[in-house]
Design a protein. Structure first.
Length: 257
């Protein structure tokens, strides 16, 4: 992908800037929306599960527990929701000139990743507020973020390509996002799940990513290396398969769309 996009890097930056302007132009609080969305979800989950239902989530502060899950989830959900109609919605560009089509959904992933980094800054501030000691294990966030970006990019490209051929993919994506939300430990801990279901949940890379983001930041523990390698291998293989399919069918987009 890097080889293909290098000659079009300026175009990619233009698309990212365009999406940034579209998202925040004429808004009252601008980029603060990147903070407001995950924070509002965190507060909602804290109230429902911490105050109303009075559940317990390990020994974590409720705000940290839910914020650590909400951040990667909002990045994934925002990127996929943008990407599913990104190609079909830009048919006027796709049908007129050639450029690597992945630029369009990638611009959505990029702008949502910027929002994620802003939210991550707030998360670190919360760690300081709750006096959570930061250890060197926090550096494991780097490969975890890489896995999150690669997995999100893969799903985004797949949905964008399929929606060119089958427009009901947009409707199916709504169900898929809802299903994955409950299949990802955003509002619960994987430790509360029966062992017979854990393996099934870990087939979803988001499960591993969310759980270990909590592990290396709030708990200050290191990751289990063989689990990281296994999940990373699965994410890379998925990316290679999806991107190969995307490259093979992209030249027909202009005719089908």
């Amino acid at each position: 992908m890097i080889r293909r996009l290098y000659a079009y890097k300026d175009l990619l930056l233009v698309f990212i800037w365009r999406e940034f302007l579209i998202r925040y132009k004429q808004t009252a609080i601008g980029v603060l929306w990147a903070i407001l969305q995950p924070v509002s979800l965190m507060l909602l989950f804290t109230f429902i599960f911490g105050v109303v239902l009075q559940t317990t989530q390990k020994n974590y502060p409720f705000t940290l527990f839910y914020f650590a899950g909400v951040l990667p989830w909002t990045f994934f959900a925002g990127s996929t929701n943008f990407s599913v109609t990104s190609l079909s919605g830009n048919f006027n560009l796709v049908t007129k000139i050639y450029f690597p089509r992945e630029i369009i959904p990638l611009s959505g992933v990029a702008i949502n990743f910027i929002d994620y980094l802003i939210g991550l800054t707030v998360y670190f501030l919360l760690l300081l507020v709750y006096q959570i000691p930061l250890t060197w294990n926090i550096l494991w966030l780097i490969p975890l973020l890489a896995m999150l970006v690669v997995y999100t990019t893969s799903v985004s490209l797949l949905l964008a390509a399929l929606n060119v051929y089958y427009r009901d993919i947009k409707l199916a994506t709504t169900f898929l996002i809802q299903f994955l939300f409950f299949a990802t430990p955003v509002i619960y801990s994987i430790d509360a799940v029966s062992n017979k279901w854990k393996l099934l949940l870990f087939l979803n890379p988001l499960t591993y990513i969310v759980e270990n983001m909590r592990r290396v930041t709030i708990e200050g523990r290191e990751i289990v290396l063989w689990q990281m390698l296994a999940e990373m291998l699965g994410v890379v293989v998925l990316y290679l398969i999806i991107y190969r399919i995307f490259i093979r069918i992209e030249r027909a987009f202009a005719d089908v769309i």
